[in-house]
Design a protein around this ligand. Structure first.
Ligand SMILES: *[C@@H]1O[C@H](CO)[C@@H](O)[C@H](O)[C@H]1NC(C)=O
Length: 350
């Protein structure tokens, strides 16, 4: 009897544990504006609590998921892995997440950066009751060009990063195993990327714009720049392992000198699959049917993208504006021209 109960217990635990590994707050995006904290699979108790306390913030974060996924897909549009989403998967990225690859490092970093960016922007726009512009940016400060007055609205990135840390990291903080340490590191690198791209913007005052007085505010960069920055960090991501005490990450450099990875670096623990063919176990969808560029020597080149399987060429005709002329005053008239272009798509493996 005991043995049976225990077996059942294991069975239930296995099912629940697999589910909770797979689900993530990322899934909030699919729920639109009706964020109901108890219905989002995969939130841990701290996240549920924050969700109930800050429903408007959750709505913003949920809507922001679309933005960082779009940025991820933009950054990897010409690559075998193109940040594709697995439909109806509670973690959006499916089995890819089971390993700590560079791609997963990028996803964690950009999602965490996305939360900071989305929240700080919503705060600045006055869309949330819990925050607004950075209240500490008042009075007179000084930079290399001299004194200036804080004015306008400084993006409250500090607040957004604090909330992001509390909400996004909650799950990994609960069970800090090796993968959790890696995810936490990449989450922080994402938040730091947004902070580092803050810049001081100023308006000049004074006699005929002499700039004898300045009003300045701290502004976040466009999210595209954060994406570019994290993309560079992905290229230089560092292979790490957990140290002998299981409490910190150390780099696995070829030279054998082991150090802690830099706080701004992305870290990974597993080599990436080649993403060439569909593979259920690694979450790779393969590149069959993807467009490639026959003259490019980069990752979007047909030989790289199609992994040597070859490609199909289709001649398609499309319309484009041409022979545009300026007519006085003030219209530009164009003709519609037919253009014939060759579109190459990777063959499927069979
Ligand atoms: C293909 O690659 C070449 C070389 O990198 C580039 O000049 C060209 O614009 C690309 N074509 C398309 C359709 O992207």
């Amino acid at each position: 009897m005991n043995a049976l109960a225990c077996g059942l217990c294991w069975y239930v635990c296995a099912a629940v544990c697999v589910l909770s590994v797979d689900a993530s707050w990322w899934y909030m995006s699919t729920l639109g504006s009706r964020v109901m904290c108890d219905n989002i699979p995969g939130l841990v108790s701290e996240q549920r609590q924050l969700c109930r306390q800050h429903p408007r913030v959750m709505q913003a974060i949920g809507a922001g998921v679309q933005d960082w996924i779009a940025e991820c897909q933009h950054q990897f549009r010409n690559h075998r892995w193109n940040c594709n989403i697995v439909a109806r998967d509670h973690s959006l990225f499916g089995r890819l997440l089971l390993r700590g690859s560079r791609e997963v490092a990028f996803i964690y970093a950009i999602s965490s950066a996305g939360v900071v960016h989305t929240l700080a922007r919503a705060c600045s726009r006055g869309e949330l009751d819990s925050c607004s512009c950075d209240p500490r940016k008042t009075g007179t400060w000084r930079d290399r060009a001299g004194a200036f007055d804080w004015g306008g609205c400084s993006d409250h990135v500090e607040h957004a990063a604090r909330f992001g840390h509390a909400f996004v990291d909650a799950k990994e903080r609960k069970e800090p195993d090796a993968r959790a340490l890696i995810n936490l590191h990449n989450n922080r690198a994402g938040r730091k990327a947004v902070k580092r791209l803050l810049s001081l913007e100023c308006k000049c005052h004074g006699v005929s714009g002499s700039c004898s007085a300045r009003t300045c505010w701290l502004a976040m960069a466009d999210f595209r720049r954060t994406g570019d920055e994290l993309r560079r960090k992905y290229e230089r991501a560092v292979h790490v392992a957990v140290n002998q005490y299981g409490a910190a990450l150390t780099t696995l450099s070829a030279a054998g000198r082991r150090t802690a990875p830099g706080k701004n670096q992305l870290v990974y623990s597993d080599e990436s699959p080649d993403f060439c063919v569909h593979d259920h176990d690694t979450g790779s969808v393969g590149t069959g049917g993807r467009r490639c560029n026959v003259t490019s020597r980069g990752a979007d080149g047909c030989s790289v993208m199609c992994c040597g399987r070859g490609y199909d060429t289709a001649r398609v005709s499309r319309s484009a504006k041409c022979e545009c002329k300026f007519h006085w005053c003030c219209v530009v008239r164009c003709r519609d021209c037919r253009q014939v272009v060759d579109v190459r798509t990777c063959k499927d493996h069979t």
